[in-house]
Ligand binder design. Structure first.
Ligand code: SF4
Length: 255
C-alpha cells in the first residue's frame, strides 16, 4: 500500500535541504555595490536608496527558498529562449564573443556606481516588420496573470519597471553598440504556466531614460550627502510599502 504520508515527508525533507542550500548560497553572495540599471524604474526612490546602500532588510523579509527557486527557473527559461531565437535564425549575442565563458554585455557609468547587464543584443535575424539591427533584447518570465496583462496592455503600461529598464539599457548601451538606441528593443515575455510567448518591439523612449538617469543621480547624491530620500507614500498600508522588505525600518525613520 502506498504511504502518502511518508511521501509528503520525503518532499518536506528534500525541499528543506534544497532551500537551506539556496538561502545559504544567497546569503554568501556579496551585496551589489552599485545601483542596478534594471531597478531604476522602481516606484520608490527611498527603497532604491536602501537597495543601493545594501541596507539590511527587515527581519524575515529576505529572499526565501521558494523565491530563489523562482529566480532560478526564470534564468533557466531565459537560456532556453536564447536557443529558440537562435534556432529561428536570430543572430543573438548574450556574451562577448558569444562564448559561454565570455563576459555578459553591460554598461557601467558614474564611476561604476550605476551598472546593468543586458540579456542580449541582436546583430541580425529574419525580417520582422518594424525590427532593425542592432537591437536590444530583454526577456522576462511571468506567471499567467502577469503575462496576460503584459501581452494585452504592452510592457509600458503593464510593467513600467521593465519599460524603464529597456529605455535605460538602450541609452547606456548605445556607446558600446552604436544604433541600439535608434532601433526598437525586442521585449520577450515567457508565460511560465503555458509556455506562450509575447514579443513586443519597444521604441527608445529618451524622456523615460532621462527621468530614470535623473533618479539614479538623486539616489547617488542623497547617499553621498547622508540624506534619506522621501517616502513614496504617506501611510505604511500603501500597496508598495506592504511588500517592501525595508518597511519596518522605513516607517521608523523620519519622513
Ligand atoms: S516602505 Fe514604502 S516608502 Fe518606505 S522604502 Fe518601502 S516602498 Fe518606499
Amino acid at each position: 500500500m502506498l504511504d502518502f504520508n511518508s511521501r509528503s515527508q520525503t518532499s518536506l525533507h528534500v525541499n528543506a535541504a534544497i532551500d537551506t542550500a539556496l538561502v545559504a548560497g544567497n546569503a554568501a553572495t556579496p551585496p551589489r555595490s552599485y545601483l542596478g540599471g534594471s531597478r531604476l524604474g522602481h516606484p520608490c526612490e527611498r527603497a532604491l536608496q536602501f537597495e543601493f546602500t545594501a541596507t539590511p532588510k527587515d527581519e524575515g523579509a529576505g529572499f526565501d527558498g521558494r523565491l530563489l527557486r523562482i529566480f532560478g527557473i526564470g534564468h533557466a527559461l531565459e537560456d532556453v529562449a536564447v536557443g529558440w531565437l537562435r534556432g529561428a535564425g536570430f543572430d543573438l549575442y548574450t556574451r562577448k564573443g558569444n562564448r559561454p565563458d565570455g563576459e555578459q554585455f553591460g554598461f557601467a557609468v558614474a564611476g561604476g556606481r550605476i551598472r546593468g547587464h543586458v540579456d542580449g543584443i541582436f546583430a541580425g535575424g529574419p525580417t520582422i516588420p518594424g525590427m532593425a539591427f542592432p537591437a536590444l533584447w530583454e526577456c522576462k518570465t511571468m506567471n499567467a496573470k502577469a503575462w496576460r496583462e503584459t501581452s494585452n496592455k504592452g510592457v509600458a503600461i503593464a510593467k513600467p519597471i521593465y519599460a524603464a529598464q529597456v529605455a535605460v539599457y538602450q541609452a547606456y548601451m548605445d556607446a558600446a553598440v552604436p544604433g541600439v538606441a535608434d532601433n526598437p528593443a525586442l521585449f520577450t515575455a515567457i508565460n511560465k504556466d503555458t509556455a506562450e510567448l509575447h514579443h513586443e518591439l519597444v521604441p527608445f523612449d529618451a524622456d523615460l531614460a532621462q527621468r530614470m538617469s535623473d533618479r539614479a543621480v538623486r539616489v547617488l547624491r542623497a547617499t553621498d550627502a547622508g540624506e534619506l530620500l522621501p517616502r513614496l507614500a504617506t501611510a505604511p498600508d500603501f500597496h508598495e510599502c506592504r511588500f517592501c522588505p525595508w518597511a519596518e525600518r522605513c516607517w521608523s525613520l523620519p519622513a
